[in-house]
Design a protein around this ligand. Structure first.
Ligand code: NAD
Length: 495
């Protein structure tokens, strides 16, 4: 096993002068692990000019609901590279996740998470595991667009875009090519979400066709994730939408040995952020027990990104040597294998003491400027498809019998917009529903032209006025369109 963390983006600098890096110490275990990491970076001779930014709990409590101040944005944007310790997102409404905000605001669309086993020194059932999870970082349910629609029903919008899928799939293939990886597995749930996850899968196949040397496959996320947990050696690179990637990478990191060991990079066209994948671990905060390895390996990825290959190799090799000599923090300590149980800062000193050594059991690492790098390419914008409005889904809050709802809706029809079906939580309940189906107060009522031909837009307004006149509690609507003749909407379940 080589274990090199591989290149994530083209180098932005090779000069020996100090490179500005925004740094935040975060919350919980954040300050302890960042202190440990900076001790090692300094001792190893990293040419970095740390520019501290305050983000996280303190800033939330000052009244900044996004967890970051306007001045910190200026620092992040000018430094372009951010080494970030984990932060705590306060519970409860009103606070937005800082991590999601930073990733999306700075356009950090690719989240790269190598999950590597360090057996036998770190206990794992899967000694040959060496997976890279590439998670889409900006879209999906993380759009954070949520609404309460009725007494009983809440909604979160899942947004998947073609440019978003193209960027992340292209990145995954470029990453595999640059790092000599042989296979990419795409994981989605497109057997259920045929339009959103279906698009991700389709774009993966389209882009993958341009990389014939890289084997590609698709697995449904549920069985795919189970297989990662049981047979991780079957996988190489995995590309997947945001939420699945979030869960899958934690599973993969834990299966590899410890969530405390896995680093991640968040890569965009203009900026990059490096962090551990774990959170602020409030249960062990202040106890000098946390493993700083995830953040340290993230810092190694950052050094490679900045072109400081020698320092990156030095630190990585010293870290491997420390691990194989059995100097372990509590989370990875095993009786019989580990030689000494150390705290966070003592672990950092142990790595510093080994900066001139290379590993004996693991292969040593040699990052170099000649390592090929993933090429970030702008996708060309496709030609817009012919869009024809053929109907509308009207969402209504209603507590009475279905037959009465249907009668009122039929009385609201326009010349071309006829009531086709009513669903409740996606299942068709009119016409011909079953009495066993559980019903809530949230109804999707589909009005469509039959046959499906383009209808004038003013009929939408007319339908809405009619619905309101029938004293129905209108919540929202979604238009139904054909794109180059293909429906841009799914059927009702049971339709
Ligand atoms: P967590 O990752 O903080 O902790 C999960 C478990 O793993 C805990 O038992 C913890 O002690 C252990 N653990 C985590 N990192 C460790 C390390 N370096 N060494 C040893 N053990 C470690 O997850 P959580 O408890 O669900 O979340 C705590 C907080 O962190 C929440 O507020 C959450 O929102 C936040 N969070 C932040 C980030 C981030 O800033 N990138 C990521 C995830 C969660």
């Amino acid at each position: 096993m080589n274990g090199a963390l591989e290149s994530t983006v083209p180098s932005s600098a090779t000069s020996p002068t100090l490179i500005p890096v925004a740094v935040s110490y975060g919350d919980g275990i954040g300050p302890e692990i960042m202190k440990a990491v900076i001790t090692i970076l300094d001792k190893a001779g990293a040419k970095l000019d740390y520019q501290q930014v305050d983000v996280g709990e303190v800033v939330y409590k000052q009244g900044h609901t996004s967890g970051i101040t306007p001045e910190s944005w200026d620092t992040l944007r000018s430094a372009k590279v951010f080494l970030k310790a984990p932060i705590t997102t306060p519970q409860g409404g009103g606070y937005k996740s800082l991590n999601v905000t930073i990733r999306k605001t700075l356009g950090l669309y690719a989240n790269v998470r190598p999950c590597i086993a360090y057996s036998p020194f770190v206990k794992t059932q899967h000694p040959n595991m060496d997976i890279v999870v590439i998670r889409e970082n900006e879209e999906d349910l993380y759009a954070g667009i949520e609404h309460r629609q009725t007494d009983e029903v809440y909604q979160c919008l899942k947004l998947i875009t073609r440019p978003g899928c193209e960027r992340i799939c292209r990145y995954a293939f470029e990453y595999a090519r640059a790092n000599g990886r042989k296979k990419i597995t795409c994981m989605t749930k497109d057997n259920i979400m045929k339009l959103t996850d279906g698009l991700f899968h389709k774009v993966f196949d389209e882009i993958g066709a341009e990389y014939p040397e890289i084997q590609r496959e698709h697995r449904i996320i549920d069985i795919g994730m189970a297989q990662v947990a049981c047979r991780p050696e079957d996988f190489d690179v995995i590309v997947t939408p945001n939420l699945y990637g979030d869960i899958l990478s934690d599973v993969a990191a834990e299966v590899a040995g410890s969530v405390g060991m896995a680093p991640s990079s968040n890569i965009g066209d203009h900026c990059a952020m490096f962090e551990a994948i774990h959170g602020s671990a409030p249960d062990i905060a202040g106890l000098n027990q946390a493993n700083p390895s995830g953040l340290l390996l993230a810092a190694v990825m950052m050094l490679v990104h900045l072109g400081q290959h020698d320092v990156a190799s030095r630190i990585h090799n010293a870290w491997l040597r420390t691990i194989e000599e059995g100097v372990h923090t509590r989370d990875i300590f095993q009786e019989g294998m580990s030689k000494s149980l150390v705290g966070t800062q003592e672990f950092a000193l142990a790595v510093c003491e080994r900066l001139d050594l290379t590993p004996v059991q693991f292969s040593s690492i040699a990052y170099s400027p000649s390592t090929p790098l993933p090429q970030l390419r702008q996708q060309k914008k496709g030609t817009p498809e012919r869009k024809e409005l053929v109907g509308i889904d009207m969402f209504i809050q209603w507590n009475g019998p279905i037959s009465e709802l249907a009668d009122r809706l039929k009385a609201a029809e326009t010349k071309d917009l006829h009531l086709q079906m009513i669903t409740n939580r996606g299942v068709k309940v009119w016409p011909e529903g079953l009495p066993e189906t559980f019903l809530t107060d949230h109804w999707r009522c589909r009005f469509i032209s039959s046959p499906q031909v383009e209808i004038p837009k003013d009929q939408l307004a007319e339908l809405l006025v009619n619905i309101l006149e029938k004293d129905l509690d209108f919540i929202k609507s979604e238009t139904l369109c054909l794109f180059d003749g293909q429906p841009g909407f799914s059927l009702g379940q049971g339709q």
